[in-house]
Design a protein around this ligand. Structure first.
Ligand SMILES: Nc1ncnc2c1ncn2[C@@H]1O[C@H](COP(=O)(O)OP(=O)(O)OP(=O)(O)O)[C@@H](O)[C@H]1O
Ligand SMILES: [Mg+2]
Length: 396
C-alpha cells in the first residue's frame, strides 16, 4: 500500500456520511432547477408547488435539502431547517424556527415593526400550543398579540403564524424557505395540520415555502390534507443514480485530484454500488485509500470492496440495528431469509417465523415506526436501507 502524493489520504475527495456534501453532486439538476424556479416565482408573489422528496436511506435526500437551503440563501432568502425525530412536537419545533427568523427580521429597519407584531402573535401561539416544559427556551420580549394564531385549532393557527412570517418577510424584502427533514417521524395529525395551514395561505402570495424529505413511508394523509398535499407539493422520488451519473460521481473527483481509474476498476465499483449515492462515496473512499496511484487498479478495487463492506457493516448498517429489540431482529432475519431484496409479503414473513400475522403485527409496526421498514403496498414490507437484506444475512 504505497502512498504516492497523487493518492494522499488527506486529499481523498469522497465523503460517505449523513448529509455530507459529495465532491460532485450529480443527477439532481431537475430538482435544483425546480427549486430555483419555485423560489423566484414566490418572490414575485406567484404560486408554485414545492417538493416533497422521498427515498431510501442514503440516496441523498438531506444533501438535496441542504442544497435547496443554499439556493434560497443565494436568492437572498432566509432559510430555516428542522429535523424531525421520533419524539418531535411540531408546534414547538415550528415556534422555535419562526422565533429565530422573526428575531433576525426584527433587526432590519424595514421590517422591525412588522416583526414585533409577528413576535407578539407567536407569543400567543406558544401560550396555546407549546407545553410549558418546552416553552422555557422560547422566550419573547414583546407583548402578546392575541387573536391571530391562538384559537387552539392547530391548522388555522399555523396559517395565522405563517401569515405573520410571510408578511414580515415581505416587509423585509426577503422570503423564507423552511426545510423539514425526516418527515416520516411527524405525527400524522400534526403533518395534516401543517398542510391544511399551508394551503390556507397559499392563495395570499406570501414568500414562504416549505419543502421536506422523508422515507417512502411518509404518513398516509387522509381527507382534505391529502388533496391539499397534492396541490401544494410534487412528490419526488430520489433514488439511485443512473450509470453515466454514477460513473461521473466516481471519476471526476478522482481526476480533479490528478489521479484516475483503470476501466475495469471503475466497472467493478459501479457494479457493486448499484449507483447508490452513499455506497459510491464509501467505495470511492476505500478505493482511493487502497490505491498506490496514480491509477486505481482492478485488484486494488477488489480489496477496497472488502474494506468498504466491512466499514458499512460496522457503520451505516450497524447503526440502524443498534437499538432494535430481539423480537425486531428476529423479524428482520425472517424477512431477509425469504431471499432477494424485497418487498416481502407480511404473511410470508410470519409463516417463516411460525407465527400468525396478527401475532407479528406489533413488531412489524415498530420496525416501520423506527424507519427500518416501510410498506410499499398493503400487506407488503420492504427495507428502507438499500442492500440491507444481504447485511442481515451476513451479520445479524
Ligand atoms: N447526487 C449525489 N452524488 C453523489 N453522492 C451523493 C449524492 N447525493 C448524496 N450523495 C452522498 O450520499 C451520502 C448520503 O447522502 P444523504 O445523507 O443526503 O442521504 P439521505 O437520503 O438523507 O439518507 P438518510 O435517509 O439516511 O438520511 C452522502 O455521503 C453524500 O455525500
Ligand atoms: Mg437524511
Amino acid at each position: 500500500m504505497g502512498i504516492l502524493p497523487a493518492m494522499d489520504r488527506v486529499r481523498n475527495p469522497f465523503n460517505p456520511g449523513a448529509g455530507t456534501r459529495p465532491p460532485l453532486l450529480v443527477g439532481r439538476d431537475p430538482q435544483l432547477e425546480a427549486m430555483t424556479v419555485a423560489i423566484r416565482r414566490l418572490a414575485l408573489g406567484r404560486f408554485e408547488r414545492s417538493m416533497l422528496l422521498t427515498g431510501l436511506r442514503g440516496v441523498g435526500k438531506t444533501v438535496l435539502l441542504n442544497e435547496f437551503g443554499s439556493i434560497a440563501e443565494r436568492e437572498g432568502w432566509v432559510r430555516a431547517h428542522l429535523e424531525a425525530t421520533e419524539d418531535i412536537r411540531l408546534p414547538t419545533a415550528l415556534a422555535g424556527i419562526t422565533r429565530r427568523v422573526l428575531l433576525e427580521l426584527s433587526l432590519k429597519e424595514r421590517s422591525k415593526d412588522r416583526a414585533r407584531r409577528a413576535l407578539g402573535v407567536l407569543r400567543s401561539f406558544i401560550k396555546v400550543h407549546v407545553p410549558l416544559g418546552d416553552a422555557g427556551t422560547l422566550t419573547i420580549d414583546f407583548e402578546s398579540y392575541p387573536g391571530q394564531a391562538d384559537s387552539g385549532q392547530l391548522d388555522g393557527d399555523l396559517a395565522g403564524l405563517f401569515t405573520e412570517l410571510g408578511e414580515t418577510a415581505r416587509a423585509a424584502g426577503v422570503g423564507v424557505l423552511i426545510t423539514i427533514d425526516e418527515i416520516q417521524y411527524l405525527p400524522r395529525a400534526e403533518l395534516s395540520a401543517l398542510i391544511v395551514g399551508l394551503h390556507r395561505i397559499s392563495q395570499l402570495g406570501l414568500p414562504v415555502l416549505v419543502t421536506g424529505a422523508g422515507l417512502p413511508s411518509l404518513p398516509g394523509l387522509a381527507g382534505e390534507a391529502r388533496s391539499y398535499a397534492e396541490r401544494l407539493f410534487t412528490y419526488v422520488n430520489i433514488g439511485t443514480l443512473d450509470p453515466p451519473d454514477a460513473r461521473r460521481a466516481l471519476v471526476q473527483p478522482v481526476e480533479d485530484e490528478g489521479a484516475s481509474w483503470h476501466a475495469e476498476a471503475i466497472d467493478l465499483a459501479l457494479r457493486d454500488t448499484e449507483g447508490y449515492p452513499y455506497f459510491l462515496q464509501e467505495f470511492g473512499k476505500q478505493a482511493w485509500n487502497v490505491a498506490g496511484g496514480p491509477e486505481i487498479q482492478p485488484t486494488e478495487m477488489q480489496s477496497a470492496t472488502t474494506l468498504a463492506i466491512d466499514d458499512l457493516d460496522r457503520g451505516f448498517f450497524r447503526a440502524r440495528v443498534d437499538k432494535t429489540t430481539d423480537a425486531e431482529r428476529e423479524y428482520l432475519r425472517a424477512m431477509a431469509s425469504l431471499g432477494g431484496s424485497g418487498p416481502y409479503r407480511s404473511g410470508d414473513v410470519s409463516r417463516r417465523m411460525g407465527k400468525r400475522t396478527t401475532q407479528t403485527g406489533p413488531v412489524r409496526d415498530s420496525l416501520i415506526k423506527r424507519g427500518l421498514c416501510y410498506a410499499p403496498r398493503h400487506g407488503e414490507l420492504a427495507f428502507t436501507v438499500p442492500m440491507f437484506d444481504a447485511f442481515v444475512r451476513r451479520s445479524l
